[in-house]
Design a protein around this ligand. Structure first.
Ligand SMILES: Cc1ncc(COP(=O)(O)O)c(C=O)c1O
Length: 424
């Protein structure tokens, strides 16, 4: 099949996008050659293209605006709390205005962090799980943040502390979507998130007892879902809208349906991102008739493809017929495959578009068998000492890194694209 081989070898890498390209045999982020960067920073090191964050936010905001429905965009802070990223997002729109990007926080620490980085209390929406009384004390002292309560226990305890307060309810819509079934947050089996339909009356009664006003309905279908997951997301949305109607009929002044995050970023050539116009149209079709604002709170969608993670190949060795490529970093630095089974592309920094002629398992330097980045992975040939970049490393990876095995944290470099040929 020589014609097919030629086609594959000469095709551009599927992952090329603005700010990430293979040019003259070098992998570049934000127009900067990664080889000298890695030599200067050492490895492992996250390298960000800050302009990509703004681009992602702008694309999603434009799709929501085009749908004609009033919308609020909030960033799920857990995906990346670093000041450089937050400065980009805070710089979009006038703080407090509908065009600004708010924050989805899931812990008191995230609320405090968002306030410290310039967000106003009412731009912050908190949705947490297994929230302690100590958490509630901090949250309730933080001002008029939006509080979505995901358990009747939370409704009772907020009611006792702050009777009369406005709250949102996080529901379990009984349907979910995810990059794979394990990342769907709702479905046939009970999950730890949200108030299910059979407890809604209890939640309403608890809110009523304490004079709490229910102004928002929240659900999060799950994380990482792609184009094929849109129908499953729509099923969850339809159920959430049914619950919102029940609450409105019961006299609750719902002004927002928060549809969570979860928009995924493709990891492989054959994966398709959610078409944003279709996503926004679904939101408008189902939420629009209610006359309320739709809020969405993506994490990954805004930041995942804004960074690569540089590593060095330290071992290439056959074991039982499998070629293991060992890197100088482990799941302590990037746990996307270890935890989420999200296998990122791993690309040589030099000759990044070389043909992928080897099938390998890529492993890390943590003393645990599951410390892997990819299995049965078609990769360009690499040798010990080569530099590689793990793509789509901008969401969760750096935020979740640890010093497990007393391996130090990775470095980070935040780049912007050259303007008129001048790099920054
Ligand atoms: C309630 C809630 N909102 C938003 C997010 C952000 O998800 P993602 O990064 O997949 O968009 C999460 C992630 O777990 C979540 O639990």
């Amino acid at each position: 099949m020589p014609a097919m081989a030629t086609l594959i070898d000469t095709a551009r890498p599927w992952w090329e996008r603005p700010g990430l390209d293979a040019t003259a045999g070098r992998l570049r982020v934000a127009g900067h050659d990664l080889a000298p960067i890695a030599a200067a920073t050492g490895t492992p090191c996250f390298v960000y293209d800050l302009d990509r964050v703004a681009e992602n936010a702008g694309r999603l905001a434009a799709a929501l605006e085009a749908s004609g429905i009033p919308a609020r965009l909030r960033f799920a802070l857990k995906a990346n709390p670093f000041p450089e990223i937050l400065a980009v997002l805070r710089g979009i729109g006038t703080p407090g205005s509908p065009g600004a990007i708010g924050i989805d926080a899931c812990s008191p620490g995230e609320v405090t962090h968002a306030l410290a980085h310039g967000w106003l209390p009412d731009e912050i929406s908190f949705t947490g799980t297994n929230v302690s009384d100590r958490d509630l004390d901090v949250l309730l002292a933080a001002g008029p943040i939006r509080l979505n309560l995901d358990a009747i226990s939370q409704v009772e305890r907020v009611g006792r502390r702050a009777p009369g307060r406005a709250i949102g309810l996080r529901i379990n819509p009984g349907a979910g979507a995810g990059y794979h079934p394990g990342l769907a947050y709702a479905g046939d089996r009970p999950t730890k998130f949200g108030i299910a339909a059979d407890r809604l009356d209890d939640a309403l009664a608890a809110a009523h007892r304490h004079g709490l006003t229910i102004t928002a309905l929240h659900f999060h279908a799950g994380s990482g879902w792609l184009a094929g997951g849109l129908a499953a997301f729509e099923t969850a949305l339809v159920r959430a809208v049914e619950v919102a109607r029940l609450l409105l009929d019961a006299g609750c002044p719902i002004d927002e349906i928060n549809v969570g995050g979860g928009l995924g970023v493709p990891a492989r050539a054959d994966e398709q991102a959610v078409p944003l116009d279709a996503y926004a149209a679904i939101l408008a079709r189902h939420v629009g008739p209610l006359g309320v604002t739709v809020a969405c709170e993506p994490g990954d969608y805004l930041v995942k493809d804004s960074a690569v993670l540089l590593g060095e190949v330290v071992t290439v060795e056959e074991r039982g017929g499998t070629t293991f490529v060992g890197l100088d970093l482990g799941w302590n630095i990037d746990s996307m495959y270890f935890i989420y089974r999200y296998a990122q592309e791993i690309v040589p920094v030099v000759e990044p578009d070389a043909a992928r002629t080897r099938t390998v398992t890529v492993a890390g330097h943590i003393n645990e068998a599951a410390d892997l980045f990819a299995e049965d992975y078609p990769m360009a040939p690499v040798a010990e000492g080569d530099l590689v970049a793990i793509l789509n490393a901008g969401g969760y990876a750096q935020a979740m890194q640890s010093t497990h095995c007393l391996r130090p944290a990775a470095g980070a470099l935040f780049l912007t694209r050259p303007v008129d040929g001048v790099g920054r």
